[in-house]
Structure formats: structure tokens, C-alpha cells
Write a protein that binds this ligand. Structure first.
Ligand code: RAM
Length: 483
């Protein structure tokens, strides 16, 4: 652990502000009855339920099941049926005993929810349970309010939801989702930071997160895919090829937004190290594929082959490094030569001339993820990039995006290739689709063609307020204000 970097991260730790929301109750419940409390919108915080007994003096503890749901659909899901591969521990279910009535039961855990469902498992024949009110102390480190932006009602609605998504993920760090994983992930951080520069401008929070990744890098300089901060700061024991490389553009964006030279001087060696480490995955100038599940992320799709896309992320990241070094008036020639070699090789190995698209892996798979990253890496010029995106739309058997993370990159690729109007339409349709489904905050996964999409083996653990989906607020301010 780099103690000096950890100290800098802790110095930038924000204070949380809180606000209390109350939902009136009054329902009287017998055994096996339930009631739902709707906070009117998604909240993140510490709930408290006020109970009293109705009837004769209570003569046994009340046993109550409380569920916290981010969306209305979840209210009907049977969480006991969830059998996926990530922990059931993420389910927001609590069984509580009330030994004394009346009482205010304060939950020690922080929850992300809009609805609280209270089911009475047991009272006694002598009494029923009254729920007087439900209260939530909501927390965030985002500054108060940002004016909503957008050219019409639809865009304003999207922006409002995106702003809320970001602010609820802004806690002591930029969390990926306040329900799950409540943790700092590099890919998410990059998009949150971009949106933050256009909105809340809480730049010290970005700085803290950059130092947290730097502090927890191992002795060889490997940056972890995510960082735990409780009970103490610690890295996850896994790295992902693309996430580690994305440290570089995240640092570059931070510098462009803040001009903070001190941070850049501290962290530049680690950024350069990421290129050196990533090179180990190459055989000459061509990247090797890898069987390890999750070796490179790109999108939450289990069928997606990552080989060619990984090389594109490498080129993209190295180009950010060159831009950063140029800002600092440093020599870039070694990196520029490497970019040229890797780009030529990528075209030779992965570009299928007949189809006019990049292919990946032994099966020569075509996906949005691969091609979008080549557009972002600007291996070809703007015109050709626009054609690539055009061809993707009519390509059969193409692997489509499933997360707002990948959709963000698709919209960015459309903008970069001179097609901001279409980028805007994609943003309106995709994020607007979630809004039409009643989203208060944008989701971790949304596949309009499959509402049950989940990489976890059950959507009960999906997160419905997820950092990487906040970027419409970035697009709207940075690109679409004048389109
Ligand atoms: C999930 C989280 C997080 C993401 C990683 C790759 O566990 O949702 O947001 O960055 O996957």
C-alpha cells in the first residue's frame, strides 16, 4: 500500500449531507398481511420504521419481514428463488424482531430503495401491528442541485434521472451502485468523472478515487479492477485488462478538467506502467486471447469475445497517454511508435475487409463492443469510422450491447465519427426506454429486447441505480446543447 497516496485519498474524503423523507403510515396489520411504503422516488440512506401494537397488551415479540425495493416490479419478485452466482447477501431483505412496542426500528445498514414492503410474519392473537410511518435519512456527497437541461420534455426527464443516478452513487467514493456493489470500480469511475465535470464538479471526489486506485496498486504497478474501503482501504485481488488501462484516460480527463499538476505528477508513472503491464498480453503487436472469464470487461455479455476489443482499448488508452504527455510538454515518440505498430497490426489481424468490420476471436465474432472501441481508438479516419458504425446496424448475428456502459461508448463513437444527431437519437431511445419503464434512476443493465437480462443468473440482484448509466447528463451538456 502506498501510504503517501492513501493519505492524499483520505484528505480528499468528502462529508456526506443528509435529508430526511417521511412516508405516512397508519396501516394495521395482522399476521400474514403486508403493506408497501412508497417514497415517491429512489433514495439511498438509512431507514427507520415506527411501530405500535393495537389490541390487548402485546404478549410476544413481533416478527416482521422488511424488503427494500428499487423498482415496483421487484415488489412481486420472490427473492427466495434467486439462485444466481453472485451472493444472495446483496438481497435487500431483513427479518426483524420487535421486542418492545411502540418502537422506532432503525436499520443499521444503508439501503437503496423507493419502496419498503413490510410483511408481518408473527404477532399473537392478542394484538396487531400498526406501522405509524416510514422515514429515510438520505445521504450523498453531491452538492445540492443542478439545473436540468435538454431541448424537450423527454430529454429533461432523461437528464433529471441521470443527475439523480450520479448523485446517489456519490458517497464517500464514486460507488458503482448504492445497492450493489457499493464500491469503487474503475470503468464506472471514468464515466462518473466525465459526467461530474459537466454537472456537480465535485472534482476532489475524483481525485480521492484516483489516489485510492494508485494507493492500492501492487508492487508491480497492477491497478485493481475495484477498491474496497471498508473496514480499511484494500484492492480487489483481480485486475481487468481494459479497466486498468482506463486509468490513463481517467487521469487525462481529470487533468483537463482541473489542471491539477500535483496529482498528475504523482500518478503519471503509474499511468505509464499500465501500458507496460498491458504489453505482456501481446505477442509482438497482436494481442493474445485469454480464457479467464472477465480478463477484459467491455460489456456484461458472456458470449462476447474480448480479444480484438482489448487491443482497441489499449490503443485508445495509449493515445490518451500521448495527449497527457503533450500537455506536460514531455516526449511521446516511444508511445507514438507503439500506437502506429499496434494499429497496423490490428487492421491486419482483426479487420475483415470483405465485411468492412472488425472481428474478434477464433470464431471471428462481430460485435458492437469490438467495433465501437476501434472507432473510439481512431484506428481509421472519421469517414471510415462512420461507415463501420453504419455497417454494424445491418450486420446479421452481431453481438449487441446489453449495458448502459456499452451504450455510452456507442453514443460517443457516433458523436466522434461526425454523427451527433444519431448519437442523440440513440441516447433518447435507449435511456428514454428506461424512463418509459418508470425508472427514477438508470439501471445497470437494460436490453430493450430482453427485459430479464442479467449476467448474474437472476435479475433480483441487478442494480437499478447504477453509475455507468448516468452519462446522458454528460452528453446533453457537452454535445447536444447546440445540436
Ligand atoms: C459489476 C458492477 C460494476 C462493473 C463491473 C465490471 O460487478 O456492476 O459496475 O464495473 O461489474
Amino acid at each position: 500500500m502506498n501510504i503517501e497516496f492513501l493519505k492524499k485519498a483520505e484528505e480528499a474524503k468528502p462529508k456526506l449531507t443528509s435529508k430526511t423523507h417521511t412516508v405516512k403510515g397508519g396501516q394495521i396489520l395482522a399476521e400474514n398481511e403486508c403493506a408497501v411504503y412508497d417514497f415517491g422516488t429512489h433514495v439511498v440512506g438509512y431507514p427507520k420504521l415506527y411501530f405500535s401494537a393495537v389490541g390487548a397488551h402485546y404478549d410476544a415479540p413481533a416478527l416482521v419481514k422488511v424488503r427494500f425495493c428499487e423498482t415496483a416490479q421487484e415488489l412481486d419478485e420472490d427473492t427466495s428463488k434467486y439462485n444466481g452466482w453472485i451472493s444472495k447477501g446483496w438481497l435487500q431483505d431483513e427479518i426483524i424482531h420487535l421486542d418492545e412496542l411502540p418502537c422506532a426500528y432503525a436499520f443499521r445498514r444503508r439501503f437503496a430503495f423507493r419502496y419498503i414492503k413490510v410483511e408481518v410474519i408473527a404477532t399473537s392473537p392478542k394484538y396487531k401491528l400498526c406501522i405509524e410511518k416510514a422515514v429515510a435519512k438520505c445521504v450523498t456527497s453531491a452538492p445540492e442541485r443542478i439545473a436540468v437541461c435538454g431541448s424537450d420534455r423527454k430529454e429533461k426527464a432523461i437528464d433529471k434521472i441521470a443527475l439523480k443516478t450520479l448523485s446517489e452513487c456519490m458517497q464517500y467514493e464514486f460507488e458503482d451502485g448504492p445497492k450493489r456493489d457499493m464500491r469503487l470500480w474503475l470503468g464506472d469511475l471514468r464515466l462518473q468523472a466525465l459526467t461530474n465535470y459537466q454537472t456537480y464538479r465535485h472534482n476532489d471526489l475524483v481525485k480521492r478515487c484516483l489516489y485510492l486506485f494508485a494507493a492500492t496498486a501492487d508492487d508491480e504497478g497492477n491497478i485493481s479492477q475495484c477498491v474496497f474501503t471498508k473496514p480499511e482501504v484494500a484492492p480487489d485481488d483481480t485486475s481487468m485488462f481494459d479497466y486498468s488501462l482506463l486509468f490513463i484516460p481517467t487521469l487525462y480527463d481529470y487533468f483537463m478538467a482541473t489542471g491539477d499538476k500535483q496529482t498528475i505528477n504523482d500518478l503519471l508513472p503509474l499511468a505509464e506502467k499500465q501500458i507496460e503491464i498491458a504489453k505482456k498480453q501481446f505477442n509482438g503487436n497482436a494481442i493474445e486471447d485469454c480464457d479467464r472469464l472477465g480478463w477484459c470487461f467491455l460489456d456484461w455479455s458472456l458470449e462476447l469475445n474480448k480479444q480484438a476489443g482489448a487491443q482497441a482499448v489499449y490503443i485508445y488508452a495509449e493515445k490518451s497517454l500521448v495527449k497527457l504527455l503533450k500537455e506536460l510538454q514531455k516526449n511521446t515518440s516511444v508511445y507514438e511508435q507503439d500506437i502506429a505498430l499496434k494499429s497496423v497490426k490490428a487492421i491486419e489481424k482483426f479487420y475483415d475487409k470483405a465485411q468492412g468490420l472488425f472481428v474478434s476471436g477464433k470464431q471471428r465474432q462481430i460485435s458492437y463492443a469490438t467495433n465501437v472501441w476501434y472507432v473510439l481508438a481512431e484506428v481509421f479516419g472519421q469517414k471510415e469510422n462512420a461507415f463501420i458504425l453504419e455497417r454494424l446496424k445491418t450486420c446479421e448475428n452481431v453481438v449487441k450491447p446489453v449495458t448502459p456502459y456499452m451504450m455510452h461508448h456507442y453514443v460517443q463513437a457516433l458523436i466522434n465519427s461526425g454523427n451527433a444527431c444519431e448519437g442523440r437519437k440513440v441516447m433518447r431511445d435507449y435511456w428514454g426506454g428506461m424512463a418509459e419503464h418508470g425508472a427514477d434512476t438508470f439501471w445497470e443493465l437494460y436490453n430493450p429486447e430482453n427485459p430479464d437480462e442479467s449476467p448474474y443468473g437472476g435479475k433480483t440482484v441487478n442494480s437499478y441505480c447504477h453509475a455507468w448509466s448516468c452519462t446522458p447528463s454528460y452528453f446533453l451538456r457537452k454535445y447536444f446543447a447546440e445540436v
